[in-house]
Design a protein around this ligand. Structure first.
Ligand code: ZN
Ligand code: ZN
Length: 345
């Protein structure tokens, strides 16, 4: 897990691997020390999707969703860097691929105590693979409904929805989401999954809640005035990707949240971490390190007709239609190209 600080060191020419190891160890120790007496809810930056890690006061872990299949390895890496060795409760809020796509990577990487599932059958390949993986591993599998609650390491976990099966909506998968509320002392969290209007209306009352994981990535159908008046949240967190194709978060939802006076955070560019001892709480963003320069920028460009390759910075590059791209000089040589005498010594 890198922070802004460790990124600044990169330019200083200090052996980076050693620093990172030190930083990782420091953060792991620090995290454990902080979790020894606190509850931490971390909404991970998984791009477009949801994945929320809950660390309980005695070190237990719950993971609510696992992002897309592409994000799965990043979720695993994050959990490992935070010292997670076992997931006590793995919750699948609903079977959309941006919530359970990463489950296979997670199930491969960690032992899981039990699974809570929405119980909604979507019939997709993604869900089928998830259910098969659970069955193969013989993990306890439950479908808790509204009214169910469990105390775990001093934290009360309540299921607020599903209240009943909902059908005939624009997205029945979203409207049958598993909606969880956590409370620890005076501080509480609502993890609203992708709940839309129909499911929101099926819940008679939402208790006042300190921190809201906003429903459905900040979609217009995930938030309304009445809902916010019941919750009176102080902090709201939207999990979504930068420039996602859905336009999340929607302007209407952001306006409602801002109108309700919340401190609004998004996972774009970093995990949002809320820590509490049951009385006070703090929120911070753990900046996601920038990815190394994209492979889309090729190192070498070959000329299909002359079979000569050039450095991408050469001022004698071949015409667009004759270009072939190579990641290394070796790759170019293997393909039978010879180096340009001007740009490659
Ligand atoms: Zn979603
Ligand atoms: Zn969804």
């Amino acid at each position: 897990m890198r922070t802004r600080k460790t990124r600044l060191w990169e330019g200083a020419g200090i052996p980076i691997a050693a620093l990172w190891l030190a930083a990782a160890l420091f953060l792991a120790v620090f995290a454990q020390a902080a979790y020894a007496s606190a509850l931490a809810v971390r909404v991970l930056d998984v791009g477009q999707g949801d994945s929320i890690l809950v660390r309980f006061p005695e070190g237990g872990a719950m993971l609510v969703d696992a992002g897309t299949a592409d994000a799965g390895p990043r979720v695993v890496e994050s959990l490992r860097s935070l010292g997670v060795e076992k997931i006590d409760i793995l919750a699948a809020t609903h079977p959309h691929s941006d919530h359970i796509g990463g489950m296979l990577a997670v199930l491969d990487a960690f032992p899981v105590g039990k699974i809570w599932d929405s119980g909604y059958v979507h019939g997709t390949r993604t869900q089928q693979l998830f259910l098969e993986a659970v069955r193969d591993r013989k993990i306890r599998f439950g479908r808790p409904k509204a009214g169910f609650s469990e105390e775990f390491e001093g934290v009360l976990i309540e299921v607020l929805a599903p209240v009943k099966a909902i059908s005939g909506t624009e997205s029945d998968a979203n409207n049958n989401s598993l909606v969880l509320r956590l409370s620890f002392g005076e501080v509480s969290f609502l993890l609203a999954a992708d709940m839309e209007t129909a499911q929101r209306r099926s819940v008679e009352r939402f208790p006042e809640t300190t921190v809201l994981k906003v429903a459905h990535h900040g979609s217009h159908n995930g938030t309304d005035v009445r809902f916010l008046e019941m919750l009176r949240p102080k902090v709201a967190i939207i999990s979504c990707g930068a420039e996602n194709p859905y336009g999340h978060p929607h302007r209407e939802a952001v306006a409602l949240l801002e109108g309700a006076g919340v401190d609004l955070f998004t996972t774009i560019g970093g995990d949002i971490v809320v820590e509490t001892d049951g009385t006070a709480f703090s929120v911070h963003k753990a900046i996601t390190p920038e990815q190394p320069p994209s492979e889309a920028v090729p190192a070498y460009i070959g000329n299909r007709s002359s079979r000569v390759y050039h450095a991408a910075s050469c001022d004698g590059l071949p015409a667009e239609r004759n270009r072939v791209f190579f990641k290394s000089a070796e790759e170019a040589a293997k393909a039978g190209y010879r180096p340009c005498g001007r740009c490659i010594q």
